[in-house]
Design a protein around this ligand. Structure first.
Ligand code: NAD
Length: 361
């Protein structure tokens, strides 16, 4: 029997609430899929600061490299907002990503048919869009050196540096091409080759790499144009691959186009390790009130089943079950239209679990 060893870091705020619902789905999918699932839990974020004085301990970092996958809930909250930047819960997340060397962030963005009204984009433009942003996660402008603010007040200079080696571009490029291969075989590489030398290199490497993937249609867009085109014609995109900061911005723009942050899963993949998390934060405004939408966390389970367990059959069943629930009109507050009846986190989780059970027979 296949084995799956998952380290669960539910975190703060709504993290534990949505993770509880997501784990019920994972347990069921593994049972039906003959996978022997082993779960272990640990502290992460604010709760780890309270217990150990730091957002993630070395012991948890060590465990993260031994598990087949790490599942995160969310971290942070007002209680820890006044700590110094390097002591805050979010710092734990950056340390974890770096430690696990997860360089490829996959963020699917999809407008569900049942929620077409939730998108701020007009239905005739947006109906049915379904694409994946592949963001480089451990290089580029956020990590390049030198980085500094120096000089006397009034004459200070600040600098950050965007650097990429060919090897770094190739490894993220491959994730883009491979992801496209599993979908509609269209890859859009986003760069700023008209202004930045490093992005000229990016384009050059992508063009070369494209020769190894003749079955994938490769196109290129400058990042400013990509932002416009994603809003003007989102249905034309399949997979987009890009630099770290470009991906940070365009994946949030894509998230907004879907209508709710409570519907977006993500995976951060390295050569061996994988970290899965819904993209939303700890939502302190609704934490502990049974109001959070658990569907992002549940679709995150689908990504785990696909990429780590290599069970696209189970992943497809979970994603289809989420659509079933939405088609049936079950709504948490974030996706309900005015006047529509609203269910809580547990009830939405229950509905999704039933739908998964039905899908898996
Ligand atoms: P947030 O994502 O927590 O919340 C933004 C808004 O979306 C809130 O109104 C919230 O109620 C709503 N929302 C979020 N998830 C939802 C869900 N599943 N269902 C329904 N509504 C949902 O972002 P924020 O308010 O900017 O940040 C709150 C805390 O979370 C901060 O401490 C921040 O640093 C942290 N944060 C953590 C992560 C992470 O753990 N990966 C990501 C973003 C923010």
């Amino acid at each position: 029997m296949a084995k799956l060893d998952v380290l669960v870091l539910a975190g703060d705020g709504i993290g534990p609430e949505v993770t509880t619902e997501a784990l019920k789905v994972l347990e069921l999918a593994c049972k039906r899929g003959s996978i022997s699932l082993e779960l272990s839990h640990d502290l992460f974020g604010g709760c780890s600061i309270d217990a150990h004085g730091e957002p993630i301990t070395q012991a948890v970092l060590d465990r993260s490299r031994k598990a087949d996958a790490v599942l995160l809930g969310a971290c942070g909250g007002p209680k820890w907002d006044n700590l110094a930047t390097d002591k805050r819960p979010e710092k734990g997340l950056l340390r974890l990503r770096e430690h696990m060397e997860v360089y490829a962030n996959l963020r699917p963005a999809k407008l569900f048919k049942a929620l077409a009204d939730a998108s701020p984009l007009k239905a005739e433009r947006a109906a049915g869009f379904d694409f994946v942003v592949v963001r480089e996660l451990v290089g580029g402008l956020y990590f390049g050196k030198p980085r500094y603010v120096q000089g006397e007040p009034g004459k200070r200079v600040g600098a950050n540096t965007m650097t990429y080696t060919e090897a770094e571009i190739v490894r993220i490029g491959r994730v883009g091409f491979e992801t496209a291969r599993r979908r509609k075989k269209k890859l859009c590489s986003v760069d700023k080759a008209n202004v930045l030398e490093v992005m000229g290199l990016w384009r050059d490497v992508m063009v070369q790499l494209g020769k190894e993937y003749p079955d994938v249609a490769l196109c290129h867009l400058y990042v400013d144009n990509a932002a416009m085109q994603l809003i003007l014609r989102p249905t034309d995109f399949d997979v987009l691959v890009m630099e770290n900061m470009f991906g940070d911005i365009l994946s949030d723009l894509s998230a907004a186009a879907t209508g709710s942050i409570g519907l977006l899963p993500s995976a951060a993949l390295g050569d061996k390790l994988a970290l899965y998390e819904p993209i939303h934060g700890s939502a302190p405004d609704i934490a502990g009130q049974n109001k959070a939408n658990p569907l992002a966390a549940i679709m995150t389970i689908a990504m785990l089943l696909e990429h780590t367990a290599k069970r696209s059959d189970l992943a497809a069943a979970v994603n289809a079950a989420v659509e079933d629930v939405l088609d049936a009109g079950v709504r948490t507050g974030d996706i309900a239209k005015r006047g529509e009846p609203v269910v809580g986190t547990r009830e939405m989780g229950e509905a999704a679990l039933k739908a998964v059970a039905k899908r898996l027979g």
